[in-house]
Ligand binder design. Structure first.
Ligand SMILES: Nc1ncnc2c1ncn2[C@@H]1O[C@H](COP(=O)(O)OP(=O)(O)OP(=O)(O)O)[C@@H](O)[C@H]1O
Ligand SMILES: Cc1ncc(COP(=O)(O)O)c(N)n1
Length: 269
């Protein structure tokens, strides 16, 4: 069992953020821990309110974990503002976890800004360079590079250009294009495309959070990075396929234990 830490925002409705991350860590057999950067009041319909946590409290949470417990991998999600970003960066540089997955969360599926506009540069200058892998979706890659991305070829160029900003590798996620769900990975040498059939289901709240947490889980187990991403994509694909009809809007994914078949889980859902 590996020790996984998520540094992210809380989603009280349980579909995204810290809650999705912890469910993913557990489903993949790991011990999950959390540092909360913001509390959101949200549900399957949208985000009603956000309270950011003071950077001193973010630091205190990180220190409390690292001075006591070995951390095998960290996933960073919603980070809100530049003060919190700078704090997380300096804390991670101090404690040096072996794996850092950065999911540069900017806007919720429902359209609410989760990263303040002033924080974009801090995210690019501070957090991206310490990432083992950064996992932008297409709208996030567009904000990072300040240009439109509408094709898989443009995703490939985007992965290479984001790599130049300093992360060890980049995965540009294709959930926002049409056709097959194709993600593009670049490790500085080779482009690898990972494709899965697009599932025509509406309950996809928290797909990005789930994928990045699953990547962190598999990297903690020292999987080869392409194998880790492939396994994580397989996990998120199954979780979308079993998405739950909970709430009146875009419902959450179903986090299931890999040893339990989807059919068993469906009959219980
Ligand atoms: N309908 C779908 N069918 C199959 N795979 C999907 C679908 N939607 C997204 N994916 C996959 O889910 C993963 C997350 O991608 P996506 O682009 O949705 O991230 P995201 O926008 O950051 O998610 P979110 O903001 O909902 O957390 C990727 O591997 C993507 O290819
Ligand atoms: C706390 C938090 N973190 C991340 C997301 C992104 O997830 P989605 O794009 O599915 O809304 C979210 N809605 N809330």
């Amino acid at each position: 069992m590996k020790h996984l830490l998520t540094i992210a925002g809380s989603d009280c409705s349980g579909g995204a953020g810290i809650q999705a991350d912890l469910k993913t860590f557990s489903a993949l057999g790991n011990y999950g821990m959390s540092v909360i950067t913001a509390i959101t009041a949200q549900n399957t319909l949208g985000v009603d309110a956000v309270v950011e946590i003071d950077k001193a409290m973010v630091k205190a949470q990180i220190d409390a974990i690292f001075k006591d417990i070995t951390v095998d991998a960290v996933k960073v999600g919603m980070v809100s503002n530049s003060e919190i970003i700078q704090q997380i960066t300096s804390s991670l540089l101090e404690w040096k976890p072996p794996v850092i997955v950065i999911d540069p969360v900017m806007v919720s599926k429902s359209g609410h800004h989760l990263l303040q506009p002033e924080a974009k540069n801090a995210l690019i200058k501070n957090l991206l360079p310490i990432a083992t892998i950064v996992t932008p979706n297409i709208p996030e890659a567009e904000v990072i590079l300040d240009r439109k991305i509408t094709t898989i070829e443009a995703m490939e160029r985007a992965a290479m250009d984001i790599y130049r900003l300093g992360p060890k590798s980049v995965l540009v996620k294709g959930g926002h294009l049409s056709g097959d769900a194709v993600d593009v990975f670049f490790d500085g040498v080779v482009i690898t495309k990972l494709s899965s059939p697009r599932i025509q289901k509406k309950n996809t709240h928290g797909t990005g959070c789930t994928l990045s947490s699953a990547i962190a889980s598999y990297l903690a187990s020292e999987e080869d990075i392409i194998l880790a991403i492939s396994k994580a994509k397989e996990y998120v694909t199954k979780a979308i396929d079993c998405g739950l009809e909970i709430g009146k809007g875009v419902g959450p994914l179903h986090h299931f234990h890999p040893f339990v078949s989807i059919q068993d889980k469906n009959s219980k859902a």
